[in-house]
Design a protein around this ligand. Structure first.
Ligand code: NAD
Length: 168
């Protein structure tokens, strides 16, 4: 059985990792869609699709299961979004999502959608991690160590801070 999960992963954090590890026990292969792949360099979406691919593959290389990481751009056409996703990915049997629009669109097309159990949603949250980065607070313990290394390598925190400055 092959599963599908999509997220923006801005950045990929320990909540995402816990979900992926749990799903990996239920399916033979997992397709991980990098949602809003066209977005980067904004306060809500600071990292490029390529940087998010690095975060995920470097982290998941430490685990023994089969997965695909596929960037998926947004389209302004929700009614055909599921067909669009299907055209970009290997076929899959089950969808995992806590996002109500994703659930609605896939269920309407006959897919079974399972809601992943939330792990420490207060801190394992992209919004909270980006807030901490901007305020100079501790954030590294909320992401896998390979993700912290990627963010250091690409100087991601410095980028976020520059993006928050109105003028230069
Ligand atoms: P996200 O990164 O917020 O979350 C990804 C998944 O991880 C979600 O299922 C969420 O429930 C889960 N998760 C997050 N924190 C967790 C935690 N602490 N513990 C356990 N699980 C946790 O991403 P998202 O908002 O769900 O991404 C959906 C993507 O699909 C977006 O990029 C959106 O633009 C895209 N989309 C596009 C269209 C379109 O183009 N028309 C339509 C629908 C969705």
């Amino acid at each position: 059985m092959r599963g599908f999960i999509i997220g923006r992963f801005q950045p990929f954090h320990n909540g995402h990792l816990n979900v992926v590890k749990k799903i990996s026990k239920e399916v033979d292969e997992l397709i991980i869609g990098i949602g809003s792949a066209q977005k980067s360099h904004t306060l809500d979406n600071p990292f490029t699709a390529g940087e998010r691919i690095m975060m995920i593959t470097k982290t998941l290389n430490n685990f023994d299961f089969s997965y695909y990481v596929i960037p998926i751009k947004d389209i302004e056409f929700n009614a055909v979004w599921v067909s669009y996703v299907e055209a970009l990915t290997p076929p899959f049997d089950i969808v995992y999502s806590g996002n109500s629009l994703v659930k609605e669109l896939f269920e309407e097309r006959g897919y079974m959608v399972k809601k992943p159990e939330m792990f420490n949603r207060k801190e394992y949250s992209g919004t909270e991690i980006r807030r901490r980065m901007l305020n100079g607070e501790e954030w590294e313990h909320l992401v896998p160590k390979d993700v912290a290394e990627v963010i250091r390598e690409i100087k991601g925190v410095e980028r976020l801070i520059r993006l928050s400055e109105k003028d230069y």
